[in-house]
Design a protein around this ligand. Structure first.
Ligand SMILES: [Zn+2]
Ligand SMILES: [Zn+2]
Length: 325
């Protein structure tokens, strides 16, 4: 692709580097600048200098989704350049106040995780784990909210594709003329993106149905006539559709496994199912683990394979005895 560079930016997270994409065809555009660290800032500055640009030249910053490894640095770039910031409207509340958003999440998920069978002291540990990381993001004001179908001229025409699931407001940017799509974390080459639970857009007392939403967004990608994916982490994805299909198949297998676990036990909690599936999960992986299990239970409930009931504030799942196969 002409007038486009992929710049892997360092992050302090286990995922490793994040891909920042730079477009030079219509002024300077940066897609996902990286986290708010001095190291990320310096690497981006150096990479732009090699292309003949400075941070102050940036005209627009595009954000794929409101995760700090992707957007954290955006506000610093805006302060130096006055760049416009483009993101999906469902990402705005997170982007404009990441700390407040994190606190509202903690408040919602404390009783929620307890109701899912997680012991109270583990809930506290799990909810406090992300706190030290909050410094890797700065609040950023979105100056142009974009939605599905909107076009952005970055030298080539990018069309916005709305792909919620991994995060609310997740966007892919399709460069149809070049047969490529920038996927953020929606489709990745070697990792299965986690359908993380979070607050439903516009709500403080309702969660997302992340996995069902994510799978719908993946099927949407299958309907797009495009070959190559440029993801938020790792190398380009040479056969995007194949990768999307493999990700769908992975989730299908896991759903069947969880259906079996539920069928083989007494009424059980999401936490117990997670322990059965991943016995040695460290605390750092428990929120993603719960997100995944609850996502599959959402799917199984949608299919009437599983039902839940609540006793003394604890929600238990069991096989639907009235299920017709
Ligand atoms: Zn992400
Ligand atoms: Zn990421």
């Amino acid at each position: 692709m002409e007038n486009m560079e992929r710049i892997p930016i360092p992050t302090p997270f286990g995922v490793g580097r994040v891909n920042c994409y730079v477009f030079t065809g219509n002024g300077l555009t940066v897609l996902d600048p990286g986290p708010a660290t001095q190291e990320a800032y310096e690497e981006l500055t150096g990479a732009l200098a090699r292309l003949g640009y400075r941070i102050a030249d940036i005209e627009r910053v595009l954000i794929t989704h409101p995760h700090m490894d992707h957007f954290g640095l955006a506000q610093r770039l805006v302060e130096e350049s006055g760049a416009a910031v483009l993101a999906h409207e469902d990402a705005v509340s997170h982007l404009s106040d990441p700390i407040g958003y994190f606190e509202r999440e903690q408040e919602y998920f404390r009783p929620f995780l307890i109701s899912m069978g997680m012991p109270t002291e583990i809930v506290e540990t799990v909810l406090e784990l992300p706190e030290p990381y909050t410094e890797y993001q700065a609040p950023v004001t979105v100056t142009r909210e974009v939605t599905a179908g909107d076009g952005i001229d970055v030298g080539v025409d990018l069309a916005c594709v709305s792909t919620p699931g991994h995060a609310p407001g997740s966007l892919c940017y399709l460069a149809a003329a070049d047969d490529v799509i920038f996927t953020g974390d929606h489709v990745l080459p070697d990792i299965t993106p986690n359908p993380l639970l979070t607050l439903a857009p516009g709500s403080d007392n309702e969660r997302t149905r992340s996995l069902p939403t994510y799978l719908e967004s993946l099927r949407q990608v299958l309907d797009i006539d495009v070959t190559v994916g440029y993801g938020g982490h790792g190398d380009p994805i040479p056969a995007l559709q194949e990768r999307a299909r493999a990700t769908i198949a992975h989730h299908h297998d896991r759903k069947e496994r969880i259906a079996d676990l539920v069928a083989d036990s007494e009424p059980t909690t999401a936490y117990q199912i997670m322990k059965d599936m991943f016995p040695d999960l460290p605390a750092t992986e428990m929120f993603p683990g719960m997100s995944e299990v609850i996502g599959h239970l959402d799917l199984l409930e949608d299919e009437n394979q599983v039902v839940h009931s609540e006793t003394d504030g604890i929600i238990k799942y069991e096989r639907n005895a009235n299920q017709h196969k």
